[in-house]
Design a protein around this ligand. Structure first.
Ligand code: ADP
Ligand code: MG
Length: 295
C-alpha cells in the first residue's frame, strides 16, 4: 500500500502526534465554482471512481445533498446525514453510504448552519469518530455547494487544493473569478487549480484560463494553475441519466479518459504542509475547538 504520510524536514516542527510515519495524510481537494450546473458533482464523482480504480481509498463529502448531487449520480438514497451524527443519533459509520468500488460518501444537508453551533461534547464525539475514518483515506473530495455561504467558503479553505470548475460560458467565468476573489481577499487563499468543463477544445479552455488570469493578475494576488479540460461529452449525459459515472459506464468515452488522466495528475500534485488537509483538522476548524466552545 502506498504511503502518503511522508513529510519533509521543514514540516517536522508542525507535527504533533501520532507520528507521521504511521498515518496516511489524505489529499483533501475541494471542488468548487461560483455557479451551479458547471459539472462540479460530475467531476467529483468521476474523479472518485478514477481514484478508486487506481486502488485509492476515497471519501466524498457531499456538501450539498438533495440538489442533484453525488447521491443522485450514484443512484444512492442516503437515509441519514452528518447532522444525525452531530445530534448523537447515529454513528459516522451508519451515516456513510457506499458507492461503486467502495467509495464512501458522507452526506450532509444544505442547511448545515448547525455545524457551528455544537456543544463541546458533540464536537468531541464527532472528532473521535473522524479519527477512525481518517486512518485509511487516500483522497477526500469535497463537493461544495455553489455560492459563497460560510460553510462553502470554509470547506475551500481547509482543503489542500481548491479545484475551481468553470465552463466557457461568460457567466461561469465571472463567477469563477468571484469565488477566487472572495477566497483570496477574505481567506488568504493564494493558489487555485482551474478545470474547464464541457469544453469543445483545448483552445477554448485555454481561453477561459487566459480571461481569468488577465483579470486576476491585475486585481488579485493569486496564482491559477491550468489543469486542462473535460470535453463536452454526450456519453457523460447518458451516464447521468443512468445514475452512473461515465468513467464506470463508458470507460472509453472521451470524458472518461480525461478523468482518468486527470486523477493521475492529481496524485502527482505535491503533498501540502501538514496539518492543512488533515481531515480532523478540517472538522476542528469547521466546528471550532471543543475546548473553546462558548457556554
Ligand atoms: N463534460 C460534460 N459533458 C456533457 N455534459 C456535462 C458535462 N459535465 C456536466 N454535464 C451536464 O451538466 C449537468 C450538471 O452537472 P453537475 O455535475 O450536476 O453540475 P454542478 O454540480 O456544478 O451543479 C449534468 O447533469 C450533465 O448533464
Ligand atoms: Mg452539484
Amino acid at each position: 500500500m502506498e504511503r502518503t504520510g511522508i513529510i519533509n524536514e521543514k514540516d517536522k516542527d508542525m507535527v504533533t502526534e501520532p507520528s507521521p510515519e504511521v498515518i496516511r495524510i489524505p489529499k483533501v481537494i475541494a471542488v468548487t465554482s461560483g455557479k451551479g450546473g458547471v459539472g462540479k458533482t460530475n467531476v467529483v464523482a468521476n474523479l472518485a471512481v478514477a481514484f478508486a480504480s487506481l486502488g485509492k481509498s476515497v471519501v466524498i463529502l457531499d456538501a450539498d445533498l438533495g440538489l442533484g448531487n453525488v447521491d443522485v449520480l450514484f443512484g444512492i438514497i442516503p437515509k441519514y446525514t452528518i447532522e444525525h451524527v452531530l445530534l448523537g443519533e447515529k454513528k459516522l459509520s451508519e451515516v456513510m453510504v457506499e458507492g461503486p468500488l467502495g467509495i464512501k460518501i458522507l452526506p450532509t444537508s444544505s442547511g448545515s448552519e448547525d455545524l457551528t453551533n455544537l456543544s463541546a461534547e458533540q464536537k468531541l464525539i464527532f472528532l473521535s469518530e473522524l479519527d477512525e475514518l481518517e486512518k485509511g483515506v487516500d483522497v477526500f473530495l469535497i463537493d461544495t455547494a455553489a455560492g459563497i455561504s460560510s460553510n462553502v467558503l470554509y470547506f475551500n479553505t481547509v482543503a489542500q487544493d481548491i479545484l475551481v470548475v468553470a465552463t466557457a460560458d461568460p457567466t461561469s467565468v465571472t463567477d469563477a473569478y468571484a469565488i477566487m476573489k472572495i477566497l483570496s481577499k477574505r481567506h488568504g487563499e493564494k493558489r487555485f487549480k482551474l478545470l474547464v468543463n464541457m469544453s469543445r477544445s483545448l483552445r477554448e479552455s485555454k481561453e477561459v484560463y487566459r480571461k481569468l488570469t488577465l483579470v486576476s493578475d491585475q486585481f488579485l494576488d493569486i496564482a491559477i494553475d491550468f489543469c486542462g479540460f473535460i470535453p463536452q461529452d454526450d456519453y457523460l449525459r447518458m451516464a447521468v441519466l443512468e445514475q452512473k459515472s461515465v468513467v464506470d459506464l463508458y470507460p472509453n468515452a472521451k470524458s472518461s479518459q480525461r478523468f482518468v488522466e486527470f486523477s493521475k495528475e492529481i496524485l502527482s500534485w505535491p503533498q501540502k504542509q501538514f496539518p492543512k488537509g488533515n481531515v480532523q483538522f478540517l472538522w476542528k476548524g469547521l466546528l471550532g475547538d471543543p475546548s473553546e466552545t462558548k457556554a
